[in-house]
Design a protein around this ligand. Structure first.
Ligand SMILES: C[S@@+](CC[C@H](N)C(=O)[O-])C[C@H]1O[C@@H](n2cnc3c(N)ncnc32)[C@H](O)[C@@H]1O
Length: 207
C-alpha cells in the first residue's frame, strides 16, 4: 500500500479498506500501548470512561471487560463508528457503552462527563492541540485521569509514511500541553512495541 495512502488511512480509516483492513490491523499492531494505557487507567466499577479515536476498538473492549459504569468511544471516522456500533452492539443495548461521532477539538459531551479519558495514537493528527487538550480537560472531572499514548519521536520517524500528516511529539511537549489545559501530576511511562520501538504513555490528573 502506498505510504501516503496508508498514512491517510491511519489518520482517518475510510471505505472498505478502513473498516475491514485498517481498523483490525490497528488493534493488532498497537497491543502493547493499549495494555500500558489500560493498566494506567486503573479503572473502578463506578467509572465513566472515554476513549477518543478508538480505531479498531481493542482498548474499548478491554475497558468494557472491567464492567465500568459506562464506556464512551468517540471517533471522527464513520467507518470506525460503524464498526464500533457493530462490535459493541450488546453493550450499547445494555446502556453500558456509547459510540459517538466527534472530534477531539469539539467533544459531544457535557462538562466533567468522564472520570477517566484516554487517546492513543491520535495526537499526531490533532489540528489544534491546545484546543483538543482544553476539550479533554473540560470533559474529565476534577480528580479524573487522562492517559495519552504515542510513539516516541525516533519510533515514528523510522516509518517514512510519518511525513504525510503526522506531527511528532516527545513527552515534555505533551506534558506541557496537558499542564497548560489544567492537568497536573504528570507521569511519563515508556514501553516497547516489539515491531516498532519505544512508545510513550503520559498519565495525568485533572486538577
Ligand atoms: C492511528 S488510529 C489509532 C487507533 C487506536 N487508538 C489505536 O491506537 O490503535 C487514529 C484514530 O484516531 C481517529 N482520529 C483522528 N483524528 C481524530 C480527531 N481529531 N478526533 C477524534 N478521533 C480522531 C481516527 O479516525 C482513527 O480511528
Amino acid at each position: 500500500m502506498p505510504r501516503r495512502y496508508l498514512a491517510r488511512q491511519f489518520a482517518r480509516p475510510c471505505g472498505i479498506v478502513g473498516r475491514w483492513l485498517i481498523a483490525p490491523w490497528l488493534d493488532r499492531i498497537n497491543q502493547g500501548m493499549n495494555e500500558i494505557a489500560f493498566q494506567l487507567l486503573a479503572l473502578s466499577p463506578s467509572d465513566r470512561v472515554l476513549e477518543v479515536g478508538f480505531g479498531g476498538g481493542a482498548l474499548l473492549a478491554r475497558i468494557l471487560e472491567q464492567r465500568p459504569a459506562e464506556a464512551i468511544g468517540i471517533d471522527i471516522s464513520e467507518e470506525v463508528i460503524a464498526r464500533g456500533r457493530a462490535r459493541f452492539g450488546r453493550q450499547i443495548a445494555e446502556g453500558r457503552a456509547r459510540i459517538m461521532v466527534g472530534s477531539v477539538e469539539s467533544l459531544p459531551l457535557g462538562d466533567a462527563a468522564a472520570d477517566a479519558a484516554c487517546s492513543l495514537n491520535t495526537i499526531y493528527f490533532w489540528k489544534e492541540p491546545v484546543q483538543a487538550m482544553r476539550e479533554l480537560a473540560r470533559v474529565v472531572r476534577p480528580g479524573g485521569t487522562l492517559v495519552l499514548g504515542f510513539e516516541a519521536p525516533e519510533t515514528l520517524r523510522a516509518w517514512p509514511g510519518h511525513r504525510f500528516g503526522f506531527r511528532v511529539y516527545d513527552a515534555p511537549e505533551v506534558v506541557a500541553l496537558a499542564q497548560a489545559a489544567g492537568f497536573g501530576n504528570a507521569e511519563v511511562h515508556e514501553g516497547l512495541e516489539p515491531r516498532f520501538g519505544r512508545i510513550i504513555c503520559v498519565k495525568c490528573e485533572r486538577l
